[in-house]
Design a protein around this ligand. Structure first.
Ligand code: NAD
Length: 502
């Protein structure tokens, strides 16, 4: 008897599910069992072109629709997303591996961007100045950019796409989303819900795929702006390719987020905060704390407290009750993370907790790995320099706050950072001097709420504008300045010289 055919996650083009015949197929895993759960078509150039054409055809009517009408569709989408929050969290957990409560939280953070997008008409207002010259007025309008593309990573299958398309669409753009081929189902489901909310066909399209689909989007003359979130090498190349093709681009990259712990910090509170920030979502968060910088006498107590907690973490399938941490997304990624633990040992770091041999009973083929904690890590080591993106926390020791700030500022990544202290003066100095985009004071994962903007500095973001909040609205709109005169009979015509309008 042959095995039943696996479900195929379709593209979504012009309001319809599409699976072109002869498509190359990718595998989507259940990370808890290691089995292939479904397949996903990998778009070719023609499929990407069909999605861009659909978005271009839908653009004029959507761009010219009154902002309030667009916002009303967004409000219905918000209601549907709230009603389907658990379903989306279950899908995210099934394909990514993260625990259900963690997935639910990330869906909620994405929904908050839709709430923000419902109020975008207010942010589309322009400026107006009367009599900038005699009888001359000046005003600005913010207009949609056109067809926008979003390319997203595997680790937040709902939240990261929601950083992009609700803001772009509320601003009057149309959109082609290329989610990670490892976690394709949530994007398709959101597109279906948006259609149910009344979104006209073609305004939001989803194409699945790999480098072929991404390159087709980056070089397509019909795409005006590209938002990317993923690893640093890809982010940098996306930024460069978009610049060569004259496209507006924001490309968010990888991270190595430091938590600086001062000796006056409440060590139990700090260890609790760090343990969730380091090992939550199996460390597969761009805002995960992956490096602790222990200052002076903070080192021994914080390492002892982290060790106790790291050993107590419950690891199992994301949908099992009471789990703290699920598997990694793929076997390839699990092996890469394991390789970094081997490297740390080889480099001479002190291995305090070793997660390599961890087995989850009944799930021996799942992509599980235990928690790992290293102490006495040096900035020259590979386990410090590279983003590991797994449940591996490293501790570096320094003598002063000044040294800690210098260490963080010398790192090429600059997504998020945090300081743990009871000293307002030390916190203020840290906030002022640290060269990182998002900073927490006794807050380990300082992800900005939707009405602020999210983004790192240096190798964690290529481009000028961060995502969502007012920076997102700026990214997805262009300003036009209009200067107006209504001449009377005796108004002199413009002459040969540079007019001063005075
Ligand atoms: P990734 O860079 O491998 O993939 C991201 C996207 O790019 C996917 O859609 C993928 O299909 C596509 N892609 C992959 N290789 C490509 C190539 N050679 N050419 C063109 N496109 C390509 O990232 P990932 O493994 O899916 O996600 C994890 C990474 O994302 C981590 O580095 C993490 O720090 C980062 N991330 C950053 C943020 C942030 O806000 N800065 C947020 C989430 C994740």
């Amino acid at each position: 008897m042959s095995a039943p055919a696996k479900q195929v996650v379709s593209h979504w083009i012009n309001g319809q599910a599409v699976i072109p015949s002869g498509s190359r197929m990718g595998e989507v895993f259940n990370p808890a069992t290691g089995a292939v759960a479904r397949h996903v078509p990998l778009a070719d150039v023609a499929t990407v072109d069909a999605a861009v054409q659909a978005a271009a055809a839908a653009l004029p009517a959507w761009r010219d629709a009154p902002p309030l009408r667009r916002a009303r569709v967004m409000q219905k989408f918000l209601q549907l997303m709230q009603a389907h929050q658990e379903e989306l969290a279950a899908l995210a957990s099934a394909e990514h591996g993260k625990t259900l409560p963690d997935a639910l939280g990330s869906v909620q953070r994405g929904i908050e961007v839709i709430e923000f997008a419902c109020g975008i008409p207010h942010l589309l207002k322009g400026e107006y100045s009367e009599n900038v010259g005699s009888g001359v007025d000046c005003h600005t309008v913010r207009q949609a950019v056109g067809v926008c593309a979003g390319i997203t990573p595997f680790n937040f299958p709902v939240m990261v796409p929601l950083w992009m398309f609700p803001v772009a669409i509320a601003c009057g753009n149309t959109f082609v989303l290329k989610p990670s081929e490892k976690v394709p189902s949530c994007s398709l489901r959101m597109a279906q819900l948006f259609q149910q909310a009344g979104l006209p066909d073609g305004v939001l399209n989803v194409v699945h795929g790999d480098k072929v689909a991404v390159d087709a989007l980056l070089t397509h003359p019909g795409v005006s702006a590209v938002s990317f979130v993923g690893s640093t090498p890809i982010a940098k190349s996306i930024y460069e390719t978009c610049a060569r093709h004259g496209k507006r681009v924001q490309a968010l990259g990888g991270a190595k987020n430091h938590a600086v712990v001062l000796p006056d910090a409440d060590m139990a509170f700090t260890a609790d905060a760090l343990i969730g920030a380091a090992y939550g979502s199996a460390g597969e968060r761009c805002m995960a704390i992956s490096a602790v910088v222990a200052v002076g006498a903070a080192a021994d107590p914080i390492v002892a407290q982290l060790k106790k907690r790291a050993l107590a973490i419950k690891i199992g399938p994301g949908d099992a009750d009471g789990m703290d941490m699920g598997p990694l997304v793929t076997g390839v990624h699990r092996d890469k993370v394991k390789g970094y633990v081997d490297l740390g040992v080889k480099e001479g770091a002190q291995l305090i907790v070793d997660g390599r041999a961890h087995v989850v009973k009944g799930h021996e083929n799942g992509f599980f790995i235990g928690t790992t904690l290293f102490d006495q890590v040096k900035p020259t080591m590979g386990i410090y320099k590279d983003e590991i993106f797994g449940p591996v926390l490293i501790v570096l020791r320094v003598d002063t706050l000044e040294e800690a700030i210098a260490l963080v500022n010398a790192n090429p990544y600059a997504n998020g950072t945090a300081i743990f202290t009871e000293s307002g003066g030390a916190a203020r100095r840290f906030e002022n001097e640290i060269q990182v985009g998002m900073v927490g004071v006794n807050v380990p994962i300082p992800v900005p709420v939707a009405f602020y903007s999210f983004g790192g500095w240096k190798n964690s973001l290529f481009g000028d504008l961060h995502v969502h909040g007012t920076e997102g609205v700026k990214f997805y709109t262009r300003t036009k300045v209009v200067t107006t005169r209504w001449p009377k009979q005796d108004t002199p015509a413009a002459g040969f010289h540079m007019p001063t309008l005075g």
